[in-house]
Design a protein around this ligand. Structure first.
Ligand SMILES: C[S@@+](CC[C@H](N)C(=O)[O-])C[C@H]1O[C@@H](n2cnc3c(N)ncnc32)[C@H](O)[C@@H]1O
Length: 296
């Protein structure tokens, strides 16, 4: 079987399952098996595949037609231009989460975070594969030109997600300290300047609708996606933990669903009168990121 024949057959199989990205999926998976760039497939379409390559490709295609996300098949997802190892133990990073990272970077670039004692601490709550903390740890030192030291902490309730995050931190040669536990609890005694969180914010009704639309979601850990109280249970508890801390962070940033805006405004107003709330839109012009900044 040649590269071209394999691509045609696989695209047809995927298309039959009404997966819209059939031809791209077939290309990505074959390039992955061959350890080549996608372009290679079109420079050598008549190249014969080995038996082993055909078997591996067929195996991935059979998983793809059951809607398993490409990122789990290739064990990789690009986030902010960096490649992250992913598997079913952690959520696949989403493009909208890059906005959260961008917001933190902008605040440091604009020097909104004036640095006392030449140091700053950033905590990523609900780290998953570690994409937020690791990207910040990779990018911020060049942006702040090593003028001050930044410490990075990350917490997750899931032990297995943290194993992935640690693997990614090593891969990107970053120093992020990971802690297993509930929200900020493992960081009780640490002073934190910035809290950045992409906590699960899906809720039951959304779950029913979304699972029908996005069949790939069933492969991701449900505890990384869904929670109670219209999806804001974990953020409400995170806010409560913050209000109980002696030393309050200067910035609290998080990702949410546009339909949660009113409820989010209500709970942040109640719990954080000393903070100003800003809501930022994503690339689809939907309210997606909140930034709470200490007033004054
Ligand atoms: C939506 S995922 C985000 C993962 C990653 N930060 C990202 O943006 O791709 C939420 C993460 O929060 C974690 N989580 C859920 N409940 C938690 C809790 N009570 N304390 C800490 N982490 C929690 C989940 O295990 C999951 O890894």
């Amino acid at each position: 079987m040649t590269i071209n024949q394999a691509l045609v057959a696989a695209t047809k199989k995927i298309k039959n399952k009404k997966i819209k990205t059939a031809s791209l999926d077939a290309e990505v998976l074959l390039a992955f098996i061959l350890k080549k760039l996608k372009e290679y497939l079109y420079t050598c379409p008549q190249k014969e595949l080995s038996k082993k390559q055909i078997a591996s490709f067929k195996n991935l295609i059979s998983r793809r037609i059951k809607n398993e996300p490409i990122a789990y098949l290739t064990k990789n997802k690009e986030f902010f231009g960096l490649n992250f190892y992913v598997d079913r133990r952690a959520l696949i990073p989403r493009p909208e989460t890059e906005l959260l990272v961008e917001e933190v970077i902008n605040r440091i670039k604009n020097q909104e975070l004036r640095i006392k004692n030449q140091s700053l601490t950033i905590a990523d709550i609900g780290a998953g594969c570690g994409c937020i903390a690791i990207t910040l740890a990779k990018i911020l030192p060049t942006i702040c030109n090593k003028r001050f030291a930044i410490s990075y902490y990350a917490t997750d309730i899931s032990k297995s997600a943290l194993l992935i995050a640690k693997k990614n931190a090593k891969k990107h040669q970053t120093k992020v300290k990971f802690f297993q536990g509930d929200l900020l609890t493992p960081l009780k005694n640490k002073s934190i300047d910035v809290v950045v969180a992409n906590l699960p914010y899906g809720w039951q009704q959304w779950k029913n609708n979304t699972l029908a639309e996005n069949r790939g979601l069933k492969f991701e850990p449900p505890k990384a996606i869904f929670t109670k109280e219209k999806g804001l249970y974990l953020y409400r508890r995170l806010f409560q933990q913050i209000t109980k801390r002696k030393q309050k962070p200067r910035f609290i940033l998080g990702e949410f669903d546009p339909r949660q805006k009113k409820y989010l405004q209500k709970i942040t107003k109640e719990q954080f009168p000393q903070y100003q709330l800003k809501i930022k839109k994503d690339l689809a012009s939907l309210n997606r990121i909140f930034v709470l900044a200490v007033k004054g």
